[in-house]
Design a protein around this ligand. Sequence first.
Ligand SMILES: Nc1ncnc2c1ncn2[C@@H]1O[C@H](COP(=O)(O)OP(=O)(O)O)[C@@H](O)[C@H]1O
Ligand SMILES: O=C(O)[C@H](O)[C@@H](O)[C@H](O)[C@H](O)COP(=O)(O)O
Length: 190
Amino acid sequence: MVLLAVMGVSGSGKSTVGSHLATKLGWKFYDADDYHPTENIQKMAQGIPLNDQDRIPWLWKLHNILMREELAGQSVILACSALKKMYRRILVSGRDAVNSQSDHLEEQGDSATGKVLFIYLDGPMELIASRLEKRRGHFMARELLQSQFETLEPPSAPENFITATEETHRPKLSWFSKQNEQSSVLFHHL
Ligand SMILES: Nc1ncnc2c1ncn2[C@@H]1O[C@H](COP(=O)(O)OP(=O)(O)O)[C@@H](O)[C@H]1O
Ligand SMILES: O=C(O)[C@H](O)[C@@H](O)[C@H](O)[C@H](O)COP(=O)(O)O
């Protein structure tokens, strides 16, 4: 059973890569965009970046979904921006991530952080902007890309993550947090 979160800025390819992987692996797929309250969607559509207050309840909801699937023994892929380290902590640990001292969870080591494997879709702003230019019928205002990059805290050790770097249109996996069976399977499909 694997809990996987495909993360990155708007337009980095989370929905595309996440749903592709889920189909290939036969796992359940969730798109975090579908769980934003209307107020968040309206803000983003107006070109107003979300703040922590907007995102935290949304991340709690997503954490609950991941935990429900974990209990059911179901492998899942979640496409979710998860831009800040704190947001990723919430996905992994729910309310504990907000309530406890920020360093406390890290001291707990892998038991908490290892629950969810993040695939970070990294790519240059120009490439992502050019894709958003072409994307139609999506609520996200394109001018928010700048603030998405400003908010982004790329994952770093001891977080449990893989980076897929897009220098070209072909994703390249550049770093494995854990060289194990799961990452080999993912590498094969990306
Ligand atoms: N690897 C890729 N190569 C080319 N285009 C891509 C790639 N990944 C995504 N796209 C296109 O870029 C746009 C944004 O992708 P999307 O999956 O919606 O990103 P996100 O979910 O991160 O916002 C879509 O129009 C999608 O078709
Ligand atoms: O945290 C956020 O600011 C949002 O979640 C944002 O990062 C996300 O990307 C939007 O939901 C837009 O949807 P797309 O990612 O599909 O553009």
